[in-house]
Design a protein around this ligand. Structure first.
Ligand code: DGJ
Length: 388
């Protein structure tokens, strides 16, 4: 009897610790609660694995359309297993000073955090639009912390690589156009004006536009900032400085005039894999994918990796299950386990955006992301032998 009571107590404590969060599985698109039973609020996010713990950083959204602006800051959660997430609070709060770069009401999107082994610092980069500028600022913000959960100290923002030409720019692209020859380029989506304009040259002196972004740390410790540039028409991959706090001036243009957003990168067996989206605002479109032998390219575009249909909205590969990519996480300790992370945006009620995490599988020169209603990490046990 005493033994049974102890067992019951143990189970009760375990249940209380785990709280109302899900069991040990992922349910893409379903409400995902933290240790307090509150829906996880970390949109456009990315993960960092540090000393056996995963940290999830993302945009804290509020309800309604106001939530498309940064009203609170960057939220951080921690997890030992990727299923159960503990609320670690706001790692980088927006500022109450309306003149600050990260003033409440600015646009602060797609925060990503990497750890610098040499300096022992956690470095966060994010897409920043200064308050009241719409999406015209196209800047990158950087913040730093001694601990993964913060608080992070905001350092500065910039348009990357001012006064530097990309390594792979041809001589005819290295031209600064006369201001009077520059047409006003429409914001955001595909248009012919930006194809005809030398946006690279236009922004040479002040720095290149940088919107949707990710960070990637290679095996040699070099870190790269990957961002939508040139009015979103072309992606840039830029090497960061050794301390990860600034740009080194070395960068390349990739996917010219292919209008990509939402970049994510992983490396597997020496190959680099890119996942992204087209440019249709908050609305879903067909995922973009590419592979390369070298992080700085050349990159070869391949077809969308998505397969299957999300029964919650009836959307399949043409609309990326209703989602847009945000990050790829390698599962620690597993040889061949990578998780692709997507957001299903809800711009009318931003806080109710949902998360779609799905396993990736690799098949020589392409990779697949197959819809699953529910799955867990044991999925990777059955796929270990693939593409050996
Ligand atoms: C798509 C981007 O991927 C999002 O991060 C956000 O910037 C929206 N566009 C805004 O429309």
């Amino acid at each position: 009897m005493i033994h049974n009571n102890r067992l019951f107590l143990h189970l009760l404590i375990t249940c209380l610790m785990v709280g109302p969060a899900f069991a040990d599985s992922f349910k893409p698109g379903s409400l995902w609660q933290d240790n307090n039973g509150v829906p996880i609020n970390a949109h456009g996010g990315g993960l960092l694995r540090h000393e056996g713990i995963y940290y999830w950083y993302g945009e804290h959204k509020v309800g309604g359309t106001a939530g498309n602006k940064a009203m609170v800051g960057v939220h951080c959660y921690s997890s030992p297993d990727l299923y159960h997430w503990t609320d670690e609070g706001i790692a980088l709060p927006v500022s109450g000073d309306e003149h600050a770069d990260i003033a409440k009401g600015c646009v602060l999107e797609r925060p990503k955090v990497i750890y610098n082994v040499t300096t022992g610092k956690f470095v966060m980069w994010f897409h920043l639009e200064l308050k009241g500028t719409g999406y015209e600022s196209a800047r990158s913000g950087v913040a730093v912390s001694n601990t993964p959960t913060g608080p992070f100290t905001y350092l500065r923002s910039c348009r990357p690589n001012a006064g530097k030409w990309p390594k792979n720019a041809a001589s005819e692209e290295r031209i600064i156009p006369k201001p009077e020859s520059l047409a006003k380029v429409p914001h955001g989506g595909p248009n012919s004006v930006s194809v005809r304009s030398s946006l690279l040259g236009r922004d040479y002196e002040g720095g290149q536009m940088a919107r949707d972004m990710t960070l990637f740390v290679d095996d040699d410790g070099k870190a790269y900032h990957v961002y939508s540039s040139e009015e979103n028409s072309t992606t840039h991959i830029a090497l960061l400085s050794d301390d990860y706090l600034s740009h080194s001036g070395i960068y390349v243009r990739v996917f010219p005039h292919r209008w990509m957003e939402a970049p994510a990168i992983c490396k597997r067996n020496g190959e680099y894999y890119f996942l992204g989206s087209g440019c249709t605002g908050w609305a879903p479109n067909t995922a973009r994918a590419a592979v390369a032998d070298n992080i700085l390219g050349p990159w070869v575009e391949i077809e969308s990796p998505c397969i299957g249909v999300n029964p919650q909205n009836g959307l399949g590969p043409e609309k990326t299950f209703g989602g847009q990519s945000t990050f790829i996480q390698k599962v620690d300790g597993e040889k061949d386990a990578y998780i692709a992370m997507f957001d299903i945006w809800n711009p009318k009620n931003a806080i109710d955006g949902r998360y779609v995490w799905l396993p990736m599988s690799f098949n020589r020169d392409r990779y697949n992301i197959i819809w699953k209603n529910e799955w867990d990490l044991s999925h990777f046990d059955s796929t270990k032998a693939q593409d050996e």
